[in-house]
Design a protein around this ligand. Structure first.
Ligand SMILES: Nc1ncnc2c1ncn2[C@@H]1O[C@H](COP(=O)(O)OP(=O)(O)OP(=O)(O)O)[C@@H](O)[C@H]1O
Length: 300
């Protein structure tokens, strides 16, 4: 696989505070990676260093095997930061045309309109007259304008309504299917879970988990199988299994807490237990996130 991003032992200190602390990871071509973490976790600082906008105190970052400030790299990347700042007194159509002229293989205006949902009346507006959501749509178009291979989005859907958000993620999926690599930071855990192939979770500057969303949930959240039975169920029968962490009865239901719900189901069926209304509860990413942040458990 082709490595597009290499982050090696990256640290950023502001005075004595470590905003990013020894972060290392690599990202392969075509991956959609979510950088997740609470406020102040170091997401924006990491992204800024990846982009060469901020100089690391220690460590290095390579994009396409090169320094991110190289021109050859800049032509291959698209960026949308939290604050979209646009030149005033210029129409949206003009700013997009201007940006198109900077790149060797820009996307056509029609393609940009299709991918971003920009409307005709927005194209004719002066940038200072745009709403927050419209500004972000223009920011999105400017990120895509050079037909980049690698895209960075810092909390991209803040200020977008539901329709805009859906189109944004549909476009991201379309781009990833074409082999583009996508990195985005978000506070929306559900988005990270739905969209990304992989989550890199930051807490207090450190990478505390780096795995596919399902694996993070599996590692960190309690899953359970619960059911109703007339039998006086043998708690011991379940507890002796390595994959069971707890068994208890509540409101007529037996709950088996486990890290392998399939194995619990198999035990129920092979031992011919007379049970009904079986429910399997998988942990949610929100739970995994809170649990990680609470315990600062290192699973990376
Ligand atoms: N220019 C700066 N000078 C001093 N401290 C900074 C600077 N930029 C960021 N920090 C500090 O570094 C830490 C990480 O900030 P960063 O913006 O990277 O976090 P974040 O995960 O992006 O947060 P948020 O989700 O709120 O955007 C914070 O404690 C922040 O106060």
């Amino acid at each position: 696989m082709e490595s597009i991003v290499e982050i090696k032992k990256l640290t950023k200190k502001f005075k004595k505070e470590k905003a990013v602390d020894n972060a290392s990871f690599s990202i392969q071509k075509g991956e959609i990676v979510a950088i997740l973490g609470p406020n102040g976790a170091g997401k924006t600082t990491t992204m800024s260093m990846m982009l060469g906008l901020l100089h690391p105190t220690e460590g290095e970052t390579l994009l396409f095997g090169m320094d991110p400030r190289e021109r050859a790299v800049r032509e291959k990347i698209g960026v949308m930061l939290q604050e979209v700042s646009l030149m005033d007194t210029i129409k949206v159509r003009e700013i997009i045309q201007l940006f198109r002229s900077y790149y060797p293989n820009p996307l056509s205006m029609e393609e940009l309109i299709r991918l971003t949902g920009l409307k005709k009346e927005e194209l004719n507006k002066r940038t200072e007259k745009l709403s927050g959501g419209q500004k972000r749509r223009v920011g999105f178009a400017l990120a895509l304008v050079g037909n980049p291979d690698l895209l960075f989005f810092d909390e991209p859907t803040v200020g977008m309504d539901i329709t805009a958000r859906k189109l944004f993620w549909d476009t991201i999926n379309e781009l990833a299917a074409k082999g583009k690599t996508i990195i985005f930071s978000t506070h929306y855990l559900q988005e990270a879970d739905d969209i990304s192939d992989r989550i890199i979770l930051f807490h207090e500057g450190r990478v505390i988990a780096d795995a596919e969303p399902d694996l993070i949930k599996k590692q960190l959240t309690k899953q359970s199988v619960s059911f109703i039975t007339e039998h006086s169920i043998s708690e011991k029968m379940f507890l002796q299994e390595a994959f069971v962490t707890d068994v208890f009865k509540k409101d007529e239901r037996v709950h088996v807490i486990t890290d392998d719900t399939d194995a619990v189901l198999q035990t129920i069926f092979t031992s011919n237990l007379d049970v009904s209304d079986i429910r399997v509860e998988k942990g949610r990413l929100d739970d995994a996130f809170s649990q990680l942040v609470d315990t600062e458990k290192d699973v990376s």
